[in-house]
Design a protein around this ligand. Structure first.
Ligand code: SF4
Length: 319
């Protein structure tokens, strides 16, 4: 079930508050059954579309990133199958990519007895000063920033964390996620790994997890897929389906709650299988032109993209 906007900062906006109650053994069994069912469905469907491709080799240490397929929410939500099948390899850190991780590390410090920080801005300053809460790559990137660059990261991170906190509210049951880790699961016998990350968590496997992810995109159908994919990866990793995924969109002041059920997980399985099939055979992935073509790394070699009515004349290589 998808629910609409919640009042920012209201008690009901916490990821835990709307569900309530402890889960009994029957509920736990049902969440375990859901996870097992979806695992079997994913493994069987991948076997059909992959056949003998992307199989692990006995005695060979698997390298999922170089030789296999690593699925992320970013790739899964990509609207053009051709671009999803040939993802860009040009990731560089920026304020836009760093602010979530710095912001999360700051939120973890607020209320932590080991930190004196009670406000977002001071917690961000602490995080940027010692950097031990951040992954190695991000810490090194911040190390080499000049004063203006650090100020930009501080401002972006403070805005991110502050807007999330205003929307979600402060609640002792909320556990903010470790920004340097996420959930992942390796498909048995295949060079396929699914990965996902959340931003906050309440509950537990025993009582039923409620995960929150900041998803400040356009909303709509993508929200349900994003929620389903996070629920799927979590289900596979913990062998228990979470109870609910909440999508927080600070720019719209919305919290969208999606209950986890078989239909939601099936939606995600179907998309993962389609995505992995395209990644395994990129030539079979059809183009889907749209306004996103203007920023596509494949535009130069994509006739459909260059011919699309969305492509700005000035962005085509031949014009
Ligand atoms: S240019 Fe457009 S249609 Fe072509 S691969 Fe990129 S996003 Fe897809």
């Amino acid at each position: 079930m998808v629910t609409g906007p919640s009042a920012p900062g209201a008690a009901g906006a916490t990821p835990d508050a709307a569900g309530g109650g402890s889960a009994g053994a029957a509920d736990r069994d049902e969440r375990r059954r859901l996870a097992a069912t979806v695992r079997d469905r994913l493994v069987a469907s991948l076997a059909v579309v992959l056949d003998d491709r992307l199989l692990l080799e006995r005695g060979v240490r698997p390298n999922y990133y170089d030789d296999g397929v690593v699925v992320s929410a970013f790739g899964l939500l990509e609207r053009c199958p051709r671009r999803a099948a040939r993802p860009a390899q040009d990731f560089v850190e920026s304020v836009a990519t760093a602010r979530r991780r710095v912001g999360l590390a700051a939120l973890r410090r607020i209320g932590d007895d080991a930190s004196p920080a009670t406000r977002v801005a001071s917690a961000v300053d602490e995080v940027l000063a010692d950097r031990s809460d951040l992954g190695l790559n991000l810490a090194e990137w911040i190390d080499q920033l000049d004063r203006a660059g650090r100020a930009a990261v501080a401002a972006g991170s403070t805005t991110w964390a502050g807007s999330v906190l205003r929307l979600v509210g402060r609640h002792p049951s909320i556990r903010w996620a470790d920004p340097s880790s996420g959930s992942s699961w390796n498909v048995p016998a295949r060079l396929v790994r699914v990965t996902a990350s959340h931003d906050a968590l309440t509950g537990s496997v025993r009582t039923g997890e409620r995960l929150l992810v900041v998803a400040d995109g356009a909303g709509g159908a993508g929200d349900r897929l994003r929620a389903g994919y996070l629920a799927l990866v979590r289900s596979l990793g913990l062998q228990h389906a979470p109870r609910r995924i909440t999508l927080a969109a600070p720019s719209r002041g919305e919290l969208v709650r999606v209950e986890v059920d078989d239909a939601l997980l099936t939606l995600a399985v179907d998309r993962v299988v389609e995505h992995v099939a395209y990644r395994a055979d990129p030539d079979a992935a059809p183009p889907m032109p749209g306004r996103w073509c203007n920023h596509c790394h494949l535009l130069e070699v994509c006739d459909a993209g260059r011919a699309s009515r969305w492509t700005r004349p000035s962005s085509g290589p031949d014009r």
